[in-house]
Design a protein around this ligand. Structure first.
Ligand SMILES: Nc1ncnc2c1ncn2[C@@H]1O[C@H](COP(=O)(O)OP(=O)(O)O)[C@@H](O)[C@H]1O
Ligand SMILES: [Mg+2]
Length: 596
């Protein structure tokens, strides 16, 4: 499995360098634009530092020639050595500023990308999240943006530096020592490119080794996790053999890789240095015939290594840019999605809580072939309490999702306060609906922050009152830190019933006109359930309430029960009315639950 995963990652990471793909990188560049002054200053310093460094081999050659008494602009070994040090000093100062400026640009622009991505992500419609896994979205905001940061802070700079080095180096050599330069250009770059291709092949092989090792490790992990099963099936021998076979594969691939690596190293030593020997041989013969000075040969060899280095560097940069294009593509994809529409303007009129579904049909955009709701008709007057009953998968939660405008109604009419839901301002509608779900996930932070989530400016008294009404104050006040107690991943673990009561306190504070309880007590033990039920009864007062309940005992007191079956309402009435219907669907459900 590990193998498969890494392969697909590799494939979608790299993109071809064509015009269309490069324009994607350009799409990200707009985040760099606000910092363009620093960016171009950085480029300038980069050009300066590269050019300064390029004078180094030339002056170094002059130093050697000065040793054999040749004259140059400045005379004397010491003076030339000082010039060399001066060059290094100037180039270090330039380098410092280029690194600093590029960091400034990339840190700020990447922060802007992350914020833009996040802002966009949270505003995208539910349909978007249905289609994607959370892990993948997180990796876009982390790994992909880091990849882009790397590109804008280092890779692009390196690209310019290598190109400057390559061009300026070659031009300089062409002018000063043309014969030797042509000889060098005909041999050296080819060798460097062969070495790079070879190197890439070897990296691939060593990756295969890692993948095989990962696959073998999975065997250890699996068997240790279910060691009881292994032992109860007397599978020790079998598993050991399986692990052995896996490791044999690792050895096989690793040895193959080692063979190529050995060949690669021999090749590098022989061919690459052989190339240098060839250039030096030709150069030496030029020196012998008096066509070239020793110093010129030394600076020539130094330039050649610069040039070889930048060719190799360009290869890495090529791969980096391919990956960066993949990243920018994934980032732009999110930025170009259409966010949820607010529809109408926000109006500060209180929502009464009349709800009506007329012939509403719906299927999820990700699964259009399955008709989840068919011809739903509900009429709930403000302040009424109704329940939705039915087997799981009948479409109860879907009704709630439509009410929250998570998805658009396919056909039929859904109104709140006699206004079609499509005309409602999104924020206004959602802020008047409160939900207590089956599984409450609290945000990392204090209990206070969690309760005040819907009303950040709530006073201490309001928060405590809400907690009291929710039956939560009893346990909160017993924590040494009270409301400041941290919950969530890094904080203390609250029990299911306690989390539920925090969520109820949150809903009480939000004071919504419409309340939705989606299996709010389904996963609680009897004791928590009665505490939570008490809190819910308090919360339900004076609000339109839709209760989705698995346990029918909790919905006896509601005004009306709608029984759903495969996306249709098959029965409606009070508990008393429905329970006495001889072969009614609800009556049957009740009988089944009693039998449990
Ligand atoms: N986000 C979704 N995307 C696609 N299908 C969904 C989605 N949510 C629920 N469904 C499907 O819709 C049907 C009704 O689901 P739901 O309303 O959650 O049922 P209930 O709450 O009554 O158990 C089920 O068949 C379920 O698989
Ligand atoms: Mg449900």
């Amino acid at each position: 499995m590990a193998k498969k995963k890494s392969k697909t990652l590799e494939e979608h990471e790299k993109r071809k360098l064509n015009k269309q793909n490069l324009s994607k990188l350009g799409g990200i560049f707009r985040f760099v634009l606000p910092y363009k002054l620093n960016f171009f200053l950085g480029l300038l310093f980069l050009a300066f530092s590269s050019l300064t460094l390029l004078t180094f081999p030339f002056v170094a050659g002059k130093l050697i020639d000065a040793a054999s008494g040749e004259e140059w602009l400045v005379s004397g070994i010491n003076n030339i050595a000082f010039i060399l040090l001066g060059i290094l000093l100037i180039q270090s100062i330039f380098s410092f500023f280029r690194v600093w400026l590029f960091a400034k640009v990339s840190e700020r622009s990447m922060r802007d990308i992350r914020v833009a991505l996040y802002r966009q992500l949270v505003q995208l419609p539910m349909t978007f999240f249905d289609k994607r896994r959370t892990g993948e979205l997180i990796s876009r905001i982390t790994a992909d943006v880091s990849m882009l940061q790397e590109t804008f802070s280092t890779t692009l700079a390196e690209l310019f530096r290598q190109i400057i080095t390559l061009l300026a180096g070659v031009i300089f050599l062409m002018v000063t020592t043309p014969k030797l330069t042509f000889f060098m250009l005909a041999t050296f770059p080819i060798l460097v490119i062969i070495a790079m291709v070879f190197g890439k092949f070897i990296r691939k092989l060593s990756k295969q080794t890692q993948d095989e090792l990962a696959a073998a490790n999975v065997i250890v992990e699996e068997t240790l996790q279910s060691i009881m099963t292994v032992k109860s099936f007397a599978g020790e021998e079998y598993e050991s053999n399986r692990y052995n076979t896996g490791l044999n594969r690792v050895v096989k691939v690793a040895l193959k890789a080692a063979g190529f690596r050995g060949a690669f190293i021999s090749f590098i030593i022989f061919a690459l240095f052989g190339g240098i020997v060839a250039v030096m041989w030709y150069g030496a013969s030029l020196v012998a015939s008096g066509d070239m000075s020793v110093g010129d040969l030394v600076s020539f060899v130094l330039y050649t290594t610069f040039i070889g280095g930048s060719i190799a560097g360009l290869g890495d940069i090529y791969g980096q840019i391919q990956k960066a294009i993949g990243s920018s593509e994934r980032v732009l994809e999110i930025l170009e999605e259409t966010p949820e529409e607010a529809t109408a303007d926000y109006q500060n009129v209180p929502v009464a809580g009349d709800i009506s579904f007329e012939h509403v049909a719906f299927s999820y955009p990700t699964r259009t072939e399955a008709q989840v709701l068919k011809d739903i008709n509900l009429k709930i007057r403000a302040g009424e309490k109704v329940a939705l009953a039915g087997h799981s998968g009948a479409g109860k939660s879907t009704i709630v999702q439509l009410l929250l405008k998570f998805y658009a109604v396919e056909s039929g009419l859904l109104t709140v306060d006699n206004r079609p839901i499509s005309d409602w301002n999104l924020k206004q509608l959602r802020s008047s609906i409160g939900i207590v779900p089956q599984e409450v996930l609290l945000f990392g932070g204090s209990i206070r922050e969690n309760i005040a989530y819907a009303k950040p400016d709530a006073t201490e008294e309001e928060i405590i009152e809400a907690a009291q009404k929710a039956n939560a104050w009893q346990f909160i006040s017993q924590f040494p830190e009270g409301l400041e107690t941290k919950v969530g991943e890094r904080g203390i673990k609250l029990s299911g019933g306690q989390r539920q009561r925090v969520a109820i306190a949150r809903a009480i504070l939000k004071d919504p006109a419409i309340l939705i309880l989606d299996e709010a007590t389904s996963s609680l033990d009897a004791e928590s359930e009665s505490l939570v039920q008490e809190a819910l009864d308090e919360l339900m007062k004076n609000r339109t309430t839709i209760i989705i309940a698995h346990r029918l005992a909790t919905i006896r007191k509601v005004d009306r029960i709608y029984v759903l079956r495969e996306g249709q309402i098959v029965e409606e009435g009070t508990h008393e009315e429905l329970a006495i219907q001889e072969d009614g669907f609800y009556a049957n459900l009740v009988r089944l639950q009693f039998a449990e």
